[in-house]
Design a protein around this ligand. Structure first.
Ligand SMILES: *Cc1c(COP(=O)(O)O)cnc(C)c1O
Length: 400
């Protein structure tokens, strides 16, 4: 064995010893309330396809038409010869959907976060993030070189202390440091919500900028399903609205919505946008169809149905019904090995619920992460709640 291989084997052994080893599972079906894994059909409670749009005939038709007209691939980045009509259609739809001046699509939400944060901040700036933000924001914060300050999850007092400190630093250095606050609106592993109104008030008080990642809210909240910011009536105060096209929107890609100047700057400075082949036409066309669909009566009916399922599960598990629901329902088990064993047991019983462990969540906060979708039935929810009773769990560690 070469030294390289020996080194990798020893690292893998250490990952295994900590109960953190991960491996891929081959899925033989499309996404849906049932998926086929390893020759077995399982009830699926793990997908972020919250409205079931990934298999919606309107999205599939849009993707097929785009392939027929524009081909399967692109062969260039947006700034060379890859800025196709489907990308522009998508960005115009996103602009209307979000009610912003402009929008820019990326190949993924991850690429949107990295490209945007690094385009906006440098080493003289400050980035202030919630403790539980997604890995793509953590990575972007590190990569951009700004000073990183982390506030405890949804802790407005700590956020204000940091903003005060940042404002004081500007006074000492005699030049205004740019300070960017980044939070999610619905947190991906806990399903709880950020107090966006209060965060907005603080960012205005201290002259900071605000970026909100709506990955788990786009398509689900607000009168037009724009996201939690719309539901709370704070969209206009947020400089940078980020979303993904791959979750409730059922397609693939990421997006940033905001001012014309923001989008123009990103086209010129976001390296993950500039130096990467454009998303395939099928993805852009499917996302456009999804953006239009979520705003329709059908979109409203689908999100209403999702909230009914969430309420049914919460009441079956004896959880307090949330005033503001989310499709993500974590059951905290604690030990990594307990979560992995519980997920394996559920798979034997025909239910697919993923175990989420470090480094996705903190050590000792391992959990089963249940996600519900509008395509689940009441019977599906009943089967799940019955099976979950065998475990000793608590609702989210941090409540909602
Ligand atoms: C999934 C996710 C992303 C990344 O989006 P992709 O389109 O999957 O790359 C970003 N932020 C949050 C909170 C997410 O859950």
């Amino acid at each position: 064995m070469s030294e390289f291989e020996r080194e990798l084997q020893s690292r893998l052994a250490s990952i295994r010893a900590q109960g953190l080893y991960r491996e891929l599972r081959r899925v033989h079906s499309s996404q849906g309330p049932r998926i086929e894994i390893g020759g077995k059909t399982l009830l699926n409670f793990s997908s972020n396809d919250y409205l079931g749009l990934s298999n919606h005939p309107v999205l599939k038709e849009a993707a097929i038409k785009a392939v027929e007209k524009f081909g399967a691939g692109i062969g260039a980045s947006r700034l060379i010869c890859g800025s196709l009509a489907p990308h522009h259609d998508l960005e115009e739809s996103l602009t209307r959907f979000k009610g912003t001046e402009a929008a820019l699509s990326f190949s993924s939400g991850y690429a949107a976060a990295i490209g945007t944060i690094c385009a906006l901040l440098g080493k003289d700036d400050i980035i202030v993030v919630d403790k539980l933000v997604h890995a793509c924001i953590v990575d972007a914060a590190r990569l951009c070189g700004a000073k990183i300050r982390i506030f405890a999850h949804n802790d407005l007092n700590e956020l204000e202390d940091i903003l005060k400190w940042a404002a004081g630093k500007s006074r000492i250095t005699h030049h205004a440091l740019r300070t960017l606050i980044v939070t999610e609106s619905v947190f991906s592993m806990d399903g709880d919500h950020a107090p966006l109104r209060e965060i907005l008030a603080l960012k205005e008080k201290y002259g900071a900028w605000l970026m909100v990642d709506e990955a788990h809210a786009t398509g689900l909240y607000g009168p037009n399903r724009r996201g939690l910011a719309e539901h709370l009536g704070v969209s206009d105060g947020i400089e940078i609205q980020m979303g993904t096209l791959g979750k409730a929107l059922g397609a693939s890609g990421g997006c940033i919505c905001g001012s014309r100047a923001l989008v123009d700057l990103l086209i010129n400075r976001a390296r993950s946008f500039i130096f990467s082949t454009a998303p395939v036409p099928a993805a852009a066309a499917a996302a456009t169809a999804a953006v239009n669909l979520v705003q329709s009566e059908e979109g409203r009916a689908l999100s209403d149905k999702l909230w009914v399922r969430v309420q049914e599960l919460q009441s079956a598990l004896g959880f307090r019904p949330s005033a503001l629901p989310s499709a993500i329902i974590p059951l905290i088990l604690g030990e990594e090995s307990a979560a992995v064993a519980a997920a394996a047991r559920l798979r034997e019983q025909g239910l697919f619920v993923p175990a989420i462990r470090y480094p996705t969540v903190a050590r000792g906060a391992a959990r089963l992460r249940v996600t519900l979708t509008a395509t689940h039935t009441l019977e599906n929810v009943k089967a799940l709640s019955l099976a979950l009773r065998q475990f000793d769990h608590r609702p989210s560690a941090i409540g909602d």
